[in-house]
Design a protein around this ligand. Sequence first.
Ligand code: MUC
Ligand code: MG
Length: 367
Amino acid sequence: MKITGIESIPFSIPYRKPLRFASGEVHTAEHVLVRVHTDEGLTGTAEAPPRPYTYGETQESIVAVIDRVFAPKLLGLSPLERERVHERLDRTVGNPTAKAAVDMALWDILGRAAGQSVSGLLGGYTDRMRVSHMVGFAPAARMVAEAERIRDTYGITTFKVKVGRLPYTDDVEACRALRQALGPGVELYIDGNRGWSAAESSRALREMDDLGLTFAEELCPADDVLGRRWLVARSPIPFIADESATRAAEVTRELLGGSATAISVKTARTGFTASQRVLHQCEGLGVEIVMGNQIDGQLGTACSVAFGAAHRSSARRAGELSNFLDMTDDLLAEPLRIENGALRVPEGPGLGVRVDPEKLARYRQDR
Ligand code: MUC
Ligand code: MG
């Protein structure tokens, strides 16, 4: 089987309400649908979500790098030649979500060719994951109301609270209000998207010491090298590297440098192949991982749950799988459903999902 074409289709679907966090905000899902075609008629599909403030990629840059740089290098290769595919993609530094979408579309093809689910091929550990919901910036009372609505509607009991605002006491107040309203049975952790200094982060962690937080993620920049090491050495809870550890080499650097003690794995930026490398690396080093979310739509979320459910170490924690709930619509013919706080891996060969052609026609921006 040979790769005969790679399509990159920009589409745009508005959010019902924006998600706000320290490094940016998202009002519209301006993503890219990636479809890899083969000479045997099998097509693999995945989604690339540009996050300009995190990786510098935009919808336009993803389309351009796939059309002009990646596709010409990959045509004629077999989807089974994944090492060769990655050798060619890795000549380019950066562009992580574009590369990841190509990788995941190839796995979709392999699953469809074998008549097996990608999740099964990756590891087949379980068929679902508990879901963690991300609560964005808002006044404390609105953050509490949002978490209560999500708990009551979907049974979700793990929340990642966005922090990193100044003064940091606003976030301490919001976390305290969430703990008081939701009670001790709910799991809370925080993500600062580099919004605080090491000293502010340290003060905030001290003031929240009684809240029983599970993790702290990317509170200050990893580029503040000594400040970050100082903070992580004093943190009473594991410190997750997210945007500072987007590739296996960065994971090594951050962990061995003492700048992180846990890792966020995002299929949106490391696909399945490189996510598995990062996961095995973390297992080997004895470091916990959390399945993160790149504010994915349903297709990206189907990829995250396929990967997360496939492995013991990623299925152990709730995965961030609910950002799509805020979108006004999506591309999938069969929508994903979160029930009793969990999301099941879609059944069927490959990723087990299908894009609705009418929805794609409505939301695509290239025609
Ligand atoms: C997260 O975990 O940080 C927000 C920015 C980004 O790159 O990902 C999201 C969620
Ligand atoms: Mg994060």
